[in-house]
Design a protein around this ligand. Structure first.
Ligand SMILES: C[S@@+](CC[C@H](N)C(=O)[O-])C[C@H]1O[C@@H](n2cnc3c(N)ncnc32)[C@H](O)[C@@H]1O
Length: 364
């Protein structure tokens, strides 16, 4: 078992540490004040505190949601929910012969990374996050690193068979193209779409859909207005994090275009309707709906606080916005749902390209 251990021989940990040490030494030799990111000292373990919640300290202010125990418990429950939604598949990309090197960008408390390390004992799994909140006791083939995935120079290398991100793309401040340009082989993102859906009112029977993973036919689906209740909170958080309200940026079609422009092939996108309450008749979807309802009740308040403050809303305006959202979430007559988009794509590596040019390259 291993975790954060300076003496660990984990390649990723030592790569991250040695780079930081080198930069740190250089900085002090040059008489420069050490910036936070260069430090491998205990500051990486620090946290920021505000309004009774705890936030990451490394690159302070970059990620606007809390990282405290309460939020980690919610993330643990959310992990169970996403696993259930995807029939316990950790990822959908058809990585040939199983992945050997996996990286989880924005791994949070590391539930997915630990799960996937257990499922693929032959693989080395690395989780990267701004917050040092991952467990110390983990399977031997998983390690964690505190780093910023938006840095241009990654300390964790690039030769991964699978680069995986869940609920993190929305928090990337810069251009997605930058990130897409850096990832290789299979890349997979799982993100709730910003456009929420409400189904036809309760008295209307729900026409079933022929589309896989879509519980209800298109004619029964209505978009939730982004200026009301949960729609408004979603819009404001997006605005605060990304700098503007541009939900189309996270739409699968936009991601597909950006991935293709970055050289990815075999781009696939699958949607999974996630009910936001126990309204479905199907017992599995009812269970997922119950879990998502609990998740939202625990989520809306903490995720709204900093983003809405940053947009200049007063405490009472924030409180009103949160209450409106909670009212909508608890309105059983609305039959709410949120689609999860899973997008995966493959970027040919230099070796693949060379093999294509030289048809004998793979011949034993
Ligand atoms: C909503 S949480 C999702 C956590 C995890 N992927 C999961 O699904 O349980 C988003 C995570 O992304 C991390 N994050 C956001 N921006 C990041 C960045 N620039 N570099 C590293 N991690 C980042 C946050 O610290 C947070 O833990």
């Amino acid at each position: 078992m291993q975790g954060y251990d300076d003496s660990s021989d984990s390649e990723t940990m030592s790569a991250g540490h040695s780079l930081s040490s080198r930069a740190s030494t250089l900085a002090s030799e040059m008489g420069e004040p050490e910036t936070e990111w260069r430090s491998i000292t205990s500051s990486v373990w620090n946290h920021d505190y505000e309004s009774g919640r705890r936030y990451h300290h490394f690159r302070s202010g970059r990620y606007l949601y809390p990282n405290d125990d309460e939020e980690q418990s919610r993330e643990e429950a959310a992990h169970v929910l996403y696993s259930e939604l995807l029939d316990h598949r950790s990822f959908l990309a058809p990585v040939a012969n199983g992945p050997r090197k996996i990286i989880n960008l924005g791994c949070g408390p590391g539930f997915w990374a630990v799960d996937v390390a257990d499922k693929f004992p032959e693989a080395q799994v690395v989780g990267v996050d701004l917050s040092p909140i991952q467990p110390l006791w983990v399977p031997p083939n998983v390690s964690f690193l505190v780093d910023d995935i938006e840095d241009h120079e990654w300390t964790f290398g690039g030769d991964f068979d699978l680069v995986y991100m869940r609920q993190t793309l929305m928090h990337v401040r810069g251009d997605f193209d930058d990130l897409f340009a850096r990832v290789f082989n299979w890349f997979e993102t799982h993100d709730e779409r910003c456009t929420l859906i409400t189904m036809a009112p309760l008295e209307t029977p729900l026409p079933l859909s022929d589309t896989p993973n879509q519980a209800v036919a298109p004619e029964a689906r209505r978009l939730i207005c982004p200026d009301m209740g949960l729609g408004r909170i979603t819009k404001l958080c997006h605005q605060a994090v990304r700098g503007s309200w541009a939900p189309e940026e996270l739409e699968p079609a936009a991601q597909r275009r950006a991935l293709e422009a970055a050289g990815f092939v075999n781009v696939r996108d699958e949607r999974f309707d996630m009910p936001m309450g126990p309204w479905p008749d199907d017992p599995r979807l009812k269970y997922i709906g119950l879990m998502k309802h609990e998740d939202l009740l625990a989520y809306v308040d903490p995720i709204s606080l900093k983003p809405l403050q940053n947009l200049g809303l007063s405490p009472s305006e924030i409180n009103d916005a949160v209450q409106d959202a909670l009212e909508m979430i608890n309105d059983a007559s609305l039959r709410l749902a949120m689609p999860l988009a899973v997008i995966y794509a493959q970027k040919p590596t230099g070796a693949d390209q060379a093999a294509r040019q030289d048809p004998n390259a793979n011949t034993p």
